[in-house]
Design a protein around this ligand. Structure first.
Ligand SMILES: [Zn+2]
Length: 142
């Protein structure tokens, strides 16, 4: 089949439709389609196997769309998870701050202890003295 000629006697090229209603269906369209010189000519090209082909393509297009939907859903889940992760990170950071605070308090306590080490040394000496006295008494009794 030779290609048809459009209104202005130009060879009309063949295209494949990707519309919802006619996916995969072939058609002839003015060679200046979508330009100022478009004469608006188009005619469907329907060989015998086209119905089967278009059904097949229709399924393919449908499948692709459902996959795109799936991907969009996955992306949504991913976004949700990442926002959840952000919350977790915030909680972790709060905990970290809390720990830092506690650590500071511990350091302060440690400083207090070390500054009070003279006192504790004195206490230690006092205890040693008591023990000495105790043993002394024990020995004295024996
Ligand atoms: Zn034309």
């Amino acid at each position: 089949m030779s290609p048809p000629w459009c209104v202005f006697n130009r060879k009309a090229p063949r295209w494949i439709s990707w519309s919802d209603d006619n996916p995969g269906r072939r058609y002839y369209r003015c060679s200046r389609a979508r330009t100022d010189g478009d004469c608006g000519f188009y005619v469907w090209y329907d060989p015998e196997h086209t119905t089967f082909m278009s059904l097949d393509l229709h399924n393919a297009v449908w499948e692709l769309r459902s996959k795109a939907l799936e991907i969009a859903e996955l992306k949504q889940i991913n976004d949700l998870l990442s926002s959840e992760n952000k919350e977790k990170v915030l909680v972790l950071k709060a905990q970290e701050k809390d720990l830092e605070e506690k650590n500071k308090q511990l350091v302060l306590l440690a400083n207090k202890f070390s500054s009070g080490s003279r006192c504790s040394l004195f206490c230690c000496g006092f205890v040693m003295l008591l023990i000495g006295l105790f043993f002394g008494l024990m020995l004295g009794v024996m």
